[in-house]
Design a protein around this ligand. Structure first.
Ligand code: C5P
Length: 229
């Protein structure tokens, strides 16, 4: 397949307050990893999918991945992640087929991101050969603050974007960017930019919020409940 999707699920997710790693927490009857996989398998074209799992949960991730894949089990692999998100992404990229043209990197924690966002990212990479991130406008007033609580300056929110995943890149360019990354970045856009590569935004979706705190988990449960017939 032209498209490769790396689902990073190797974080511990301690802020969620659950004993198991975040990707294995269940919302509305299915784990976050299962939901992220379902979106990936719903793409309108075949994709090579790599799940990056914690070492402690490799077998559990395999079981979930195979169940969601069904007959397409050859298109999904599970690898073990690293100590940082960036290392986990590296492990995922290494497991993609050599001929992959576009790579999408997605947080399992953004389990409710609709597949339409994945499609938008792929289309824009193909159209322009650039890095692409889904983003939402900032609705709050934002201030830069100092350690002593002083407001240093208000920041014009029109200049800002809330960035989500999946973040997508031409595969060879992103692989090179990651190989040359000096610092540890919190997302892939940061890695691509640090290598001097252009990144553009496309429209994200409010459902693509990162499930981080117990409050987020409740919000996800309520959204799923509202979707039931
Ligand atoms: O910790 P953070 O919220 O930034 O994690 C974002 C995503 O990266 C999560 O889906 C998490 O499972 C993943 N991650 C990872 N390996 C790590 C840390 C985070 O795959 N070492």
């Amino acid at each position: 397949p032209a498209v490769g999707i790396v689902i990073v699920a190797a974080g511990s997710g301690t802020r969620l307050g659950h004993p198991e790693p975040k990707a294995f927490v269940v919302v509305g009857g299915r784990s976050l990893l299962e939901r992220a996989l379902e979106a990936s398998f719903s793409l309108s074209e075949p994709a090579s999918i790599v799940v990056v799992a914690p070492a402690s949960h490799r077998a559990g991730a395999e079981e979930i991945a195979m169940r969601v894949a069904g007959a397409a089990r050859d298109s999904v692999r599970v690898v073990v992640g690293g100590a940082t998100r960036q290392q986990s992404v590296g492990a995922g990229l290494a497991a993609l087929p050599e001929g992959t043209r576009e790579v999408l990197i997605h947080d399992a924690a953004r389990a409710l991101q609709p597949v339409a966002v994945f499609e938008r990212v792929v289309a824009r990479i193909r159209a322009d050969g650039v890095g692409v991130v889904p983003a939402l406008p900032v609705v709050d007033t934002i201030a830069r603050r100092a350690a002593d609580d002083r407001v240093v300056e208000p920041v014009d929110r029109a200049d800002l974007a809330v960035v989500q995943t999946p973040q997508g890149f031409p595969f060879p360019l992103y692989r090179a960017a990651l190989a040359s990354a000096a610092a540890d970045h919190t997302d892939d856009m940061g890695v691509h930019r640090a290598a001097g590569q252009p990144v553009v935004v496309v429209e994200g979706d409010a459902r693509g919020f990162k499930i981080t705190t117990p409050w987020d988990l409740r919000r996800a449960e309520q959204l799923l409940g509202a979707e039931r017939p």
